[in-house]
Design a protein around this ligand. Structure first.
Ligand code: DQA
Length: 149
């Protein structure tokens, strides 16, 4: 039987505080709530999921590198590292699989420094502004991209 394709959902700094962090911008769902919804969607679509969060840039780079020989796709919300991390971009450039960038908020409606994303330069596409639902939209997009690959 073919192996179930694995997707990694990588979450960057301060996303562990979702549910209490600037709820007017990020909503009231916790990261655990989002993980439960993503897992349900992914399993229903025939995918396995690893849902991860770190405040560390180097850990994000390590996880992206680890995806190279075990994952079929990536969902990345790199938090503030989105706007600063060339190291993360370089790591993402080395993975040969679909990458969906997610942001809970519409970063283009916010401060100017959030308008630029290094992650976007390696991503297949980006979903922003739909709150936690964006992660489910990302699973749907990845499912279709993986099926086509
Ligand atoms: C974010 C947007 C980033 O600008 C911010 O630094 C975050 C969260 C989002 O999901 O909307 O930490 O990635």
């Amino acid at each position: 039987m073919p192996q179930t394709p694995l997707i990694l959902v990588l979450n960057g700094p301060n996303l562990n505080l979702l549910g209490t962090r600037e709820t007017d911008i990020y909503g009231t769902q916790s990261l655990a709530d989002i993980e439960a919804a993503v897992t349900q969607c992914a399993v229903a679509a025939g995918l396995a999921v690893e849902f991860l969060q770190t405040n560390s840039e180097s850990q994000l780079v390590d996880w992206v590198q680890s995806a190279r020989d075990r994952a079929a796709g990536l969902i990345v919300n790199a938090g503030a590292y989105t706007h600063t991390s060339v190291a993360l971009l370089d790591a993402l450039r080395m993975v040969d699989m679909p990458i969906v960038e997610v942001h809970l908020s519409n970063t283009f409606r916010r401060e100017e420094f959030r308008h630029h994303s290094y992650v976007s330069q390696a991503a297949t596409g980006m979903i922003a502004g739909f709150g936690s639902h964006g992660y489910e939209l990302a699973v749907d997009a990845l499912t279709k991209l993986i099926a086509k690959a």
